[in-house]
Design a binder for this molecule. Structure first.
Ligand SMILES: Cc1cc2nc3c(=O)[nH]c(=O)nc-3n(C[C@H](O)[C@H](O)[C@H](O)COP(=O)(O)OP(=O)(O)OC[C@H]3O[C@@H](n4cnc5c(N)ncnc54)[C@H](O)[C@@H]3O)c2cc1C
Length: 333
């Protein structure tokens, strides 16, 4: 179990906010947390168990918040901006507007936008008009999403978003991008599998960003990514908060597994060096445990070591995974 984030987390929250209580069977005994709406009797054990990826015990039960399903009220929207900077300023204003948040909210950078137009070409006349209005390839960025919840709320939020993005020079492109994305999103992952027949390996890395470091991290990762031959790297923001978002990089490399590992490692290094975290929602696991101690710091890591020793003194729970406890120093990043 990881600290994941669903695509509609901007409105509904993430498992971290949604999980109210859990039962975990650990070698030290069964841990059952309470499902109070809130409690100041802390520190909260629940918080220490979330995201533990099986290294403390096996999660056997959980209580989770649910929301009423009202697809009939869902509003879809899509906008095109002239450039990344104006798009980022607009989404920041939306997220700090305090009128309510969209559910799906996804801003593609210029590379991902161009890639999207190649995959879903528009009629030539539409392309020409968009270009004529100043929304140029290699610069323009698409924002799309949904608003979910009660009927008047969804209309109000969509209208507020429309006014804000309009002030940042956005052009409405309707709801079809968001509808297509919703329909295709699980199939597009199959592209990654199909393309592996051509010796191309696709994968993703992601990091939380605050509004004051988003451009720095975006530029730093792409500056490295685009210097490596036979690779492709595109990016978007998704999962938004009033104080920032998540930058997601999708990459492909034509080469060997060793080339892929080298490229992926350097991307994560660039992300972390620029002030990011090794992961926003994909967790740690064996793939990322090289970064955990360097990222958290020794004192913080000691807390996790102590918890691990308490729950699992014989190291039988998911050994060698998340915490990287047996990792030699030279492999730590
Ligand atoms: C194509 C793709 C897209 C993705 N998109 C997103 C996304 O949008 N948002 C997002 O958050 N994540 C995303 N992910 C990552 C996804 O969240 C993780 O793959 C997922 O959390 C792993 O859960 P799992 O049960 O599939 O994996 P598993 O490998 O079964 O489990 C993950 C970890 O949890 C441990 N574990 C499993 N069951 C238990 C249990 N009962 N008790 C304790 N520990 C347990 C395992 O030992 C392992 O360490 C994506 C992954 C892929 C492949």
């Amino acid at each position: 179990m990881t600290l994941g984030s669903g695509q509609a987390s901007t409105y509904y929250g993430e498992p971290y906010n949604l999980v109210l209580s859990m039962e975990m069977v650990t070698p030290a005994g069964i841990i059952s947390t309470h499902d109070y709406t809130s409690t100041a009797t802390g520190p909260r054990i629940l918080d220490m168990l979330k995201g533990s990826e099986g290294v403390f015990g096996v999660l056997t039960e959980l209580t989770i918040k649910v929301f009423r399903y009202m697809p009939e009220n869902r509003q879809y929207f899509g906008y095109m901006f002239k450039d990344w900077e104006s798009a980022v300023s607009a989404v920041r204003e939306v997220c700090q507007g305090q009128f309510g948040l969209p559910a799906v909210f996804r801003l593609s950078d210029a590379h991902e936008t161009d890639h999207g137009f190649q995959m879903y070409p528009q009629p030539p006349i539409v392309e020409k008009l968009i270009d004529m209005f100043g929304y140029k390839p290699k610069k323009r960025c698409v924002l799309m999403g949904t608003v979910e919840g009660e009927k008047d709320f969804t209309k109000m939020v969509k209208s507020k978003i429309s006014k804000i993005v309009g002030r940042h020079g956005a052009l409405s492109i309707g709801g079809s991008f968001a509808r297509n994305w919703e329909t295709d999103r699980y199939e597009t992952f199959l592209v990654g599998e199909a393309i592996s027949d051509y010796d191309v390996i696709m994968d993703t890395v992601e990091t939380p960003v605050k509004w004051d470091n988003i451009h720095h991290i975006h530029d730093a990762v792409l500056a490295y990514a685009h210097t490596v031959p036979n690779t492709l790297c595109i990016s978007h923001m998704s999962h938004f908060y009033p104080y920032g978002s998540n930058l997601y990089f999708i990459f492909g490399i034509k080469g060997s597994v060793e080339d892929y590992v080298r490229y992926r490692t350097a991307l994560v290094d660039a992300m972390v060096k620029a002030g990011g975290s090794p992961s926003h929602h994909h967790g740690v696991g064996r793939l990322m445990h090289q970064w955990i101690e360097g990222f958290l710091g020794k004192n913080e890591m000691d807390v996790l070591r102590t918890l691990k020793n308490h729950f699992d003194p014989n190291n039988i729970m998911n050994p060698g995974s998340q915490l990287g406890l047996n990792l030699p120093d030279e492999l730590k990043r």
